[in-house]
Design a protein around this ligand. Structure first.
Ligand SMILES: C[S@@+](CC[C@H](N)C(=O)[O-])C[C@H]1O[C@@H](n2cnc3c(N)ncnc32)[C@H](O)[C@@H]1O
Length: 219
């Protein structure tokens, strides 16, 4: 992301820290999620992160529904993935993020696009109706949730039967310098896979270049 707007996406400690200072995955932000690295990774819209967004968007593309699907991004940040999705055929591109700054930043870019609807919300408080999305996508976000199970339950609620969930986190087969600092240990990744398995069918792990991605299907 260009230096001028980098300032605008700085995360405050409260953005990444739950009330008791821990997250669902047992991460302590000060140790495992260095704020400067998280900040740089959040919204680096160019280069490898942009490419990763494109691959993450493809990972969640439905096989059977074809064009015109309704997609939700949870934790859209400055809107890198929203921008990728908006170039595709989706009929509706929605998002929730708890940060009003991120809403303003991401929303500014898509003001003229009627398909895009970015709201304030969180993984465990999405706010949209039941069964309204074909895909729910969340990139570099899951380790920030205060309650993994509550988030996944909410994802299932807003997905239609047969809809796809995509959860991606820094990692993959060739993570860059920043992604390497943020990669989750195997036991935390196993925890995500197991929690997904409680709510979704066909849970599969994929190693992209700079992202570890889990997909699943709502039944
Ligand atoms: C690293 S940014 C990810 C941005 C975007 N997904 C991307 O790939 O460019 C993390 C975002 O997660 C948001 N966030 C923090 N806690 C959250 C929660 N409980 N539910 C959803 N989003 C959350 C932050 O406000 C921030 O915008």
């Amino acid at each position: 992301m260009a230096g001028a707007s980098h300032r605008q996406i700085f995360l405050s400690r409260s953005d990444v820290q739950s009330k008791n200072g821990e997250h669902a995955l047992g991460l302590r932000p000060a140790d495992h999620l260095p704020l400067r690295a998280a900040t740089r990774s959040c919204g680096t819209a160019g280069g490898p992160v942009h490419a990763a967004h494109q691959r993450a968007a493809r990972a969640g593309r439905p096989h059977r529904r074809g064009e015109g699907d309704h997609v939700l991004e949870v934790g859209y940040g400055p809107g890198g993935l929203v921008r990728v999705l908006a170039k595709g055929p989706s009929a509706r591109i929605c998002g929730v993020d708890p940060s009003p700054d991120m809403r303003d930043l991401a929303g500014r870019r898509h003001r003229a696009d009627r398909r895009v609807d970015l709201r304030i919300g969180a993984a465990d408080a999405i706010g949209f109706g039941d069964g309204v999305f074909d895909r729910v996508v969340s990139v570099n976000n899951v380790a920030l949730w205060p309650d993994l199970g509550a988030g996944l339950k909410e994802f299932r609620r807003v997905l239609r039967p047969g809809g796809r969930v995509v959860i991606a986190w820094h990692g993959g087969s060739a993570p860059g310098r920043i992604a390497r600092k943020l990669t989750l240990p195997e036991d935390k990744l196993a925890m995500i896979a197991a929690a997904l398995g409680e709510h979704f069918a066909d849970v599969t792990r994929h190693e992209l270049t700079t992202l570890t991605v889990f997909t699943g299907m709502s039944v």
